[in-house]
Design a binder for this molecule. Structure first.
Ligand code: G4P
Length: 532
């Protein structure tokens, strides 16, 4: 392969995550992007998904039952000459740890906002993670087919609540159940959509110059005048379009549409693909690594076991950062100081998996993990000791004592807990002198306990008993020599060990943390393990 073709392949990649508060329409929008990309022929309405089918990006049974996305999935498809990788993320806040990790693998983000609800709590949280990485953030204001807030009010809310400047790329024509089309501000065109079949297939439209008198007839005097007034207002009031600011995450381009009816989906997709960035250079211990570097490098951002009952296995998801990947390639596993062969690499499309022969920067591949990967591991083709930075680890905020109901199932129980912990879904602690007889599990969101219970039962055949504990804060103790018998703690503090046998303290309140710090001047308490 020539260098030129390699560079073309890199440049046509677009890898992004879709973020939103639950129910804003992330799953529907993802499905519609696949529809426009020709990856699916007919979009199952989200409603029917919840009863019989399930959205293509929802894998696990538990997701089907609850109608929420628990895990992030990866989907690849082509549109025009672009190769698109969508990283779907769970919207529910209890799974935000997984979402945060996924965002590290993305080069930009699409934020879906419900036009009636505006900026919601989870959108805010996820937005701030994107902001920390300075990646471009695009806004899709959804559900314009329904009654919602005034578009000007929504623009102001985005700016006020999120603290980011905004630039409406298009403007809705007709609101509150009368959504007819969009006005594209960049090329001064109006696009009016036609009824369609409730968004099951691609919607047709009529478009033309805004000055074309035909639109006065099509829209009617009143709506046409309203649009002209609004265009004038937008031109004098708002920010200018500034690509540089968009790429630095300082200005968000805003699109209006309805994922359900497909109105505005295609204009959004086309404009987004044109503006957003191809794979970005990534920070490592050896400095910024350009994606066009020939040496293959990548990092593991997610590990998941038993994703699909038809393939009972464990997959490590790798974001390719530079160089070309080829099936069967031998690479250095930097942390383990080992050379490993990446055989049977897979890519994901809907519920299918395909063995991938080659992949490029921006792509996500899944490789079989026989238990050798941790989240954050770097792989590289040459012998450099490269290590990518930036997989955040979150301190658990909920804790429970967990044991197998049937003591004969201990082995399966420990295996299951071990695997889920390596996936990053839970963190496992034990009490000194008690050991694995009684495990303490820490999670970031309480729903993760439900996933633990469900998955242990379904994948390992183990029923568990759980007793929630009152601890809310965790601190790793860093000291030369830790002796639990002499270390001074408060009555309500618990001493445990993490999986590397490092001492850890669980606190019920901040007052206790302060006290313990005062009483043990030589110890440093950290809310993130130094291993990470
Ligand atoms: P999520 O992944 O962000 O959680 O949202 P999802 O796509 O599952 O959509 C949540 C609900 O919002 C769904 O309805 C879906 O049909 C609806 N929805 C998504 N996009 C649009 C849109 O553009 N317009 C309208 N009107 N609705 C939209 P649901 O939970 O199945 O309930 P129901 O509407 O079927 O009763």
């Amino acid at each position: 392969m020539t260098l030129d073709r390699f560079i073309d392949e890199v440049k046509r990649r677009r890898t992004f995550a879709i973020i939103s508060h639950p129910d804003a329409g992330k799953t529907t929008l993802t499905e519609k992007l696949l529809l426009y990309g020709g990856a699916i022929r007919l979009a199952g309405s989200v409603k029917s998904r919840k009863t019989q089918k399930h959205a293509v990006s929802d894998w696990m049974e538990i997701e089907k039952q609850r109608g929420i996305s628990v895990t992030s999935s990866v989907l690849q498809f082509n549109y025009n000459n672009y190769c698109i990788n969508i990283l779907d993320t769970p919207g529910h806040q209890d799974f935000s740890e997984d979402t945060y990790r996924t965002l590290v693998a993305a080069d930009s983000a699409v934020m879906v906002i419900d036009c009636a609800k505006g900026v919601e709590a989870q959108t805010k949280k996820l937005f701030h993670v994107c902001k920390m990485r300075n990646i471009p953030i695009f806004t899709f204001v959804n559900k314009l087919d329904r009654a919602g807030k005034d578009p000007f009010e929504l623009m102001e809310e985005i700016e006020q609540v999120l603290g980011i400047r905004s630039y409406p790329m298009n403007w809705p024509i007709g609101t509150d159940g009368n959504f007819k089309g969009v006005y594209n501000r960049i090329d001064n065109q109006i696009e009016l959509f036609e009824g369609g079949n409730h968004g099951q297939s691609v919607v047709s439209s009529v478009s033309g110059e805004v000055s074309d008198p035909v639109f006065k007839d099509l829209l009617g005097e009143h709506l046409h005048k309203q649009l002209m007034d609004e265009i004038e207002l937008l031109d004098i009031a708002g920010d200018d379009f500034d690509l540089n600011k968009i790429l630095k995450g300082e200005l968000t381009p805003v699109f209006f549409g309805s994922a359900m009816t497909n109105f505005g989906v295609q204009p959004f997709l086309e404009s987004f693909l044109e503006i957003t960035t191809p794979p970005l250079a990534r920070q490592s211990n050896l400095g910024l690594i350009d994606p066009e570097t020939q040496n293959f490098t990548g990092f593991v951002f997610k590990i998941q076991a038993n994703m699909n009952p038809a393939h009972r296995d464990r997959i490590a998801f790798i974001r390719i950062c530079s160089g070309k990947f080829e099936k069967g390639m031998a690479v250095n596993h930097v942390r383990a100081k080992k050379v490993i062969k990446l055989s049977q690499p897979q890519q994901f499309l809907a519920q299918d998996r395909a063995v991938v022969e080659e992949a490029y920067p921006g792509d996500i591949i899944g490789v079989h993990d026989p238990g050798i990967f941790n989240i954050g591991d770097t792989l590289c083709q040459d012998a450099s000791k490269i290590k990518y930075e930036g997989i955040p680890v979150f301190a658990p905020e909920h804790f429970a004592k967990v044991f197998a109901k049937d003591s004969m199932k201990r082995k399966q129980f420990l295996k299951g807990v071990d695997q889920l912990s390596e996936e990053g879904a839970i963190q496992v602690f034990k009490r000194p002198h008690v050991g694995v007889e009684e495990l303490i599990i820490g999670v970031v969101g309480v729903l993760q306990f439900e996933v633990l219970e469900y998955r242990l039962k379904n994948e390992y055949g183990v029923d568990i008993q759980m007793q929630q504990l009152p601890y809310k804060y965790i601190r790793w103790v860093e000291t030369e020599k830790f002796d639990p018998d002499t270390f001074s703690i408060t009555m309500d503090t618990l001493i445990v060990e993490d999986q590397d046998d490092k001492p850890v303290l669980l606190f019920q309140n901040e007052w206790s943390i302060q006290k313990v710090e005062e009483r043990n001047k030589n110890a440093v308490l950290k809310d993130i393990s130094s291993r990470n």
